[in-house]
Design a protein. Structure first.
Length: 300
């Protein structure tokens, strides 16, 4: 365990039965990973190296989660699971390496969950600012860099289907159709500002650099999401429209490396395009359960 900064509230794993609203925006991807799938700190470390597992693509997810209560208080979150990655050390003489999903990039709205998420589960959290605007017809979500900036690097409008009721849903059911939900997360690098005993500046606190702790072992974590889910329309606000080839984003968009239709490229978020149809869980529950496995191996 890293030594936390003095202004951090420490809350170890597991976190259970947290009240949330969740917006699940599926993507479909293929290798290679798009630029900026990792934050610069992780991109220049072993977290993103070939030794930490080859990216295989497949079904991925952009998720927006509003935590109303957690061990460190309420916060908002934007995360990217681009698809599946091979997990080193899980293969044998008669079987291939296992492939599991991985969170490659994630933003949160407060420092305590930033530090604890990295320390507990190797989730590469960074700070950002969030804005939610709700009308009778839709919710618009904007995510900004942590410093004062008027330009959102992620913006999406979500509106529920009007004539389809919400139905019970649980990610625990995914295993029955062969969809793996366990996350295998490599060890994280630490920022220079998060070093033990180092005096940090106010700017490093504001940017979140002071809370980017590192880890030394792999983590395998199981997020469990349940509640009543409804289908929703998903409309990206920044860059929506014809792409460089004069085509519009299809209903079920494949956010692959040759698609350029969704956003002006920036270092804060990659160009993965969510499908036009997602799932909205308004009053859900999330649990985050983990197992610390330094060797990974066949135990997965």
């Amino acid at each position: 365990m890293s030594n936390p900064p003095p202004d951090i509230k420490v809350a170890g794993s597991p976190w259970r039965n947290l009240p949330v609203s969740v917006y699940m925006l599926p993507i479909l991807s293929s290798p290679p990973l798009l630029d900026h799938a990792y934050a610069p700190l992780e991109a220049n470390s072993s977290f993103a190296s070939a030794e930490s597992g080859e990216f295989k693509g497949g079904l991925g997810m952009i998720q927006i989660i509003r935590y109303r209560d957690t061990p460190v208080g309420p916060y908002d979150e934007l995360l990217l699971v681009p698809g599946f990655f091979n997990v080193p050390g899980t293969g044998g003489k008669r079987e291939k390496e296992k492939s599991l999903p991985r969170i490659s990039r994630i933003y949160v709205s407060q420092k305590d969950t930033c530090w604890n998420g990295r320390n507990n589960w190797n989730i590469p959290k960074h700070l950002a600012r969030f804005s939610f605007t709700t009308t009778p017809d839709a919710t618009t979500v904007k995510v900004f860099p942590p410093h004062q900036s008027s330009k959102a690097f992620f913006e999406v409008e979500i509106s529920a289907f009007k004539y389809l009721p919400a139905v019970p849903i649980s990610t625990n059911w995914f295993k029955y159709v062969g969809i793996e939900t366990r996350l295998a997360q490599p060890p994280l690098p630490a920022s220079e500002a998060s070093g033990d005993g180092r005096e940090v500046t106010e700017d490093e606190r504001t940017s979140g650099e002071a809370y980017l702790c590192g880890t030394k072992e792999w983590r395998v974590a199981t997020p469990e999401v349940s509640g009543k889910g409804a289908c929703c329309w998903v409309t990206q606000q920044n860059g929506e429209g014809p792409d460089a080839h004069g085509e519009t984003t299809p209903l079920l968009s494949a956010g692959t490396s040759d698609q350029t239709s969704t956003k002006v490229e920036n270092e804060w978020w990659p160009n993965y395009a969510p499908w036009k149809i997602g799932v909205w869980i308004e009053d859900g529950r999330v649990s985050f359960v983990d197992s610390h496995e330094p060797g990974i191996g066949a135990k997965i």
